[in-house]
Design a binder for this molecule. Structure first.
Ligand code: FAD
Ligand code: NA7
Length: 461
């Protein structure tokens, strides 16, 4: 039995892929004739797209707010687009022709925006509105959300039955300290502030970290002509077959001016250091009793089914997991959250929620390989989709594509983006991009969708 929801009010924080998924989920129910609550989505940036909304700025934005996006020029998808495709809005529908499996950032931003424009969700979004604080009143069972309109400086507060956090968790850098780092005379930055590798040409660069950011920024640096790329790992090396200019060393022990000492006794002089040491789950608008506190992993504790806050079942998180899957996982989560709010899905007792989380956590803790992690996240998404009317799709095949991606990086870390995959949504096989990724220096949508004359790409570059 559905609840009476028309007098309910729901606040959504962020209009990135997660926030848009939530708006789209409600809109889809409305189109089927269901009553939906009043929705307001607060987005602190001037437009939607979250991380995919590139900013040349670093530090603070034009409003004095922390810059959200950590993306850089020349960023191309680091996984095949076939694993993130929306089940209800395909790449074929958006682009009208097959494209390659690893599009650049602007192309994926365009795809996200295309789905948002096709629906009618923009009317719910208040751009340039930053959420400053959320509190909950036990007596009224309502949240108060305090928001600042960044264009006018005006602050206002309103009450809501539900709050859905889609604020992302790759914006607040984790920056460890190393002895002597303050004596380093060159540039030191975190991956969050990295905007492009052109300046690294003919320089020696050190990347601390051994995950996606280190791998991709290191590869960008090589592509743009860095003299050498050194990676420093804490737990284990990435282990790819790097060209001779690229080396993996264990953890930095200390800095001595521009000389970096590693724990195995090696030392190297470098010009630039990029901390690729990950991000913090940091929600400055949340009081401690409501916030989410977790390392970046596949099953953050205290979220029932990965979305419902254990602390308060009227509060939800989207996209809080580390991500093998992205856009379609956020959709699956948003459809589930919608159905909880609409009363179409009943939440079990707190105790049953805890038991359910403990089962998933123990499964998660037993994962041994990347392939295990892939299966875990695909199972998680399948489980969510089974409970809503989000169009189901072949998640076993998506898992196979992801495993193929992992394998392709082992085979050829510098050129894996030239591989192609087949969509489980449409059956369309991607085309090879007109220019191999390693020599394509123009990441614009225009260039990407153009059809250069034969050999043009190689003549240009
Ligand atoms: P976000 O995209 O982070 O969006 C959150 C939104 O919330 C932002 O618009 C932000 O402005 C807003 N917001 C935050 N705080 C507030 C506040 N207080 N008030 C109002 N608004 C607020 N995924 C892939 O699938 N493929 C890739 O190749 C890929 N590459 C990536 C590369 C980098 C460098 C990073 C950092 C991430 C990458 N990702 C990639 C993962 C990416 O995070 C997801 O694709 C996706 O953007 C997450 O969507 P989201 O809506 O959950 O969060
Ligand atoms: P990740 O995937 O969270 O990885 C963080 C990396 O930083 C990981 O290799 C960590 O090592 C390393 N790390 C963390 N703390 C330290 C310290 N103190 N010293 C050395 N190394 C450390 O973040 P990414 O930025 O790579 O990726 C995040 C998202 O951005 C991702 O979704 C991409 O698509 C883009 P560990 O292996 O834990 O020892």
């Amino acid at each position: 039995m559905e609840m009476v929801v028309k007098n309910k009010r729901v606040a959504i924080i962020g209009a990135g892929p997660s926030g848009i998924a939530q708006l789209r989920a409600f809109e889809s129910a409305e189109k089927q004739g269901h009553e939906i609550p009043e929705l307001v989505c607060f987005e602190k940036q001037d437009t939607w797209g979250g991380q995919w909304n590139y900013s040349w700025r670093t530090g603070t934005d034009s409003y004095g707010e922390p810059v959200h996006s950590s993306m850089y020029r020349n960023l191309w998808s680091n996984g095949p687009k076939e694993v993130l495709e929306f089940a209800e809005y395909s790449f074929d529908e958006h682009f009208g022709k097959p494209i390659s499996s690893y599009p650049p950032r602007e192309v994926l931003w365009d795809y996200i925006a295309g789905r948002a424009k096709k629906s009618n969700v923009e009317k719910y979004i208040k751009f340039a509105h930053v959420v400053r604080w959320v509190s909950f009143d036990e007596a009224t069972k309502l949240f108060t959300v305090t928001v600042e309109n960044l264009r006018t400086g005006e602050t206002s507060s309103d009450t809501y039955d539900n709050v859905i956090v889609g604020a992302g968790h790759f914006s607040f850098p984790n920056v460890p300290h190393f002895d002597g780092v303050e004596t380093f005379p060159g540039q030191i930055l975190h991956a969050h502030e990295f905007r492009g590798a052109e300046a690294v040409a003919d320089k020696d660069i050190l990347l601390i970290g051994a995950s996606y950011s280190a791998e991709d920024i290191g590869t960008q640096a090589y592509k743009m002509g860095a003299r050498s790329v050194t990676f420093s790992y804490r737990s284990k090396p990435m282990g790819y077959e790097w060209p001779e200019e690229m080396t993996e060393l264990p953890l930095v022990e200390r800095f001595d001016g521009s000389e970096v000492h590693f724990v195995n006794g090696e030392k190297r002089k470098v010009d630039i250091v990029v901390f690729c040491t990950g991000y913090l789950h940091h929600y400055p608008f949340m009081p401690s009793e409501l916030t989410l506190s977790s390392p970046n992993n596949l099953y953050p504790d205290t979220l029932y089914r990965g979305v419902v806050s254990e602390a308060n079942n009227q509060l939800f998180w989207l996209g809080a997991q580390d991500q093998w899957l992205t856009f379609n996982m956020f959709d699956a989560q948003a459809w589930y959250v919608r159905d909880v709010i609409l009363g179409r899905v009943a939440l079990p007792s707190k105790e049953a929620q805890r038991n359910h989380m403990d089962q998933w956590l123990s499964h998660f803790e037993g994962l041994k390989s990347k392939n295990d992690q892939i299966d875990f996240q695909c199972d998680y998404v399948e489980d969510l989709i089974d409970q809503t009317d989000y169009p189901s799709f072949d998640l076993k095949e998506v898992a196979n594509i992801l495993k193929g991606w992992v394998k392709s990086k082992k085979e050829d870390i510098l050129n894996y983006r030239d591989y192609t995959y087949t969509s489980v949504m449409t059956g369309t096989t991607s085309v090879e991009h007109h220019t191999p990724w390693m020599i394509e220096l123009d990441d614009s949508l225009k260039r990407y969708l153009s059809e250069p004359q034969e050999n043009e790409a190689r003549q240009v570059y």
